[in-house]
Write a protein that binds this ligand. Structure first.
Ligand code: IMP
Ligand code: MG
Length: 181
């Protein structure tokens, strides 16, 4: 069956220009706290756009990160993320002894980042920091906090800048709040 793009209308919550400004300032904050030779662990698929912009902003600070990707999935997730996390595609690099920056799109229940942090810790990273573009407060199911947060947003389902609804809408250059589906 051909996939169908679920129709939805979005309200611009964070514009492309606002994102660009915040990514630059985040990169400066990150560069001040991590060694230039850091290892970025980017969580696919939602964080690929943020990661792409962040590493170029980091370049402007003089940092020279290595980058790797891991694909994690939580069961039964549609617009509500739920339950157990599994590795769909693992890292290819070793993180042992590295100063790791885990990058994700959004921190909600915290299960995804908790899993990722534990995995990287078990593989003996030297240090672990977490950067997220977005954070929804009051939704945490596990004890985790992000060291670097782009924007704290209201408890609404958002799409764009890599975030999806049924794997659509990732291409929007802004963060949009879904108004109706
Ligand atoms: P957590 O494990 O509950 O913190 O959820 C994190 C993951 O759920 C993110 O990496 C996203 O892929 C997804 N997610 C959570 N909230 C949203 C949203 O509002 N829009 C799109 N994806 C979301
Ligand atoms: Mg995700």
């Amino acid at each position: 069956m051909t996939p169908r793009r679920p129709p939805c209308s979005t309200e611009v919550l964070i514009s492309a220009a606002e994102i660009a400004g915040r990514v630059s300032s985040l990169a400066e904050t990150i560069a001040a706290k991590l060694p230039a030779d850091m290892m970025i662990v980017s969580l696919l698929r939602g964080s690929f756009v943020f990661t792409a912009d962040l590493i170029r902003a980091l370049h402007l600070t003089g940092a020279h990160p290595q980058v790797d990707f891991i694909t994690l999935a939580s069961y039964g997730a549609k617009t509500v993320s739920s339950g157990e996390i599994t590795i769909v595609r693992d890292l290819t690099e070793t993180v042992e002894g590295r100063d790791v920056l885990i990058v994700d799109d959004i921190l909600e229940s915290g299960r995804t980042l908790h899993f990722a942090r534990q995995l990287v810790a078990e593989r003996n990273a030297r240090s672990i920091q977490i950067a997220v573009l977005l954070e929804k407060p009051g939704k945490r199911a596990v004890d985790i906090h992000a060291d670097f947060v782009g924007f704290v947003i209201p408890d609404r389902f958002v799409v764009g800048y890599g975030l999806d609804y049924a794997n659509y809408y990732r291409e929007l250059p802004y963060i949009g709040a879904v108004e109706s589906v």
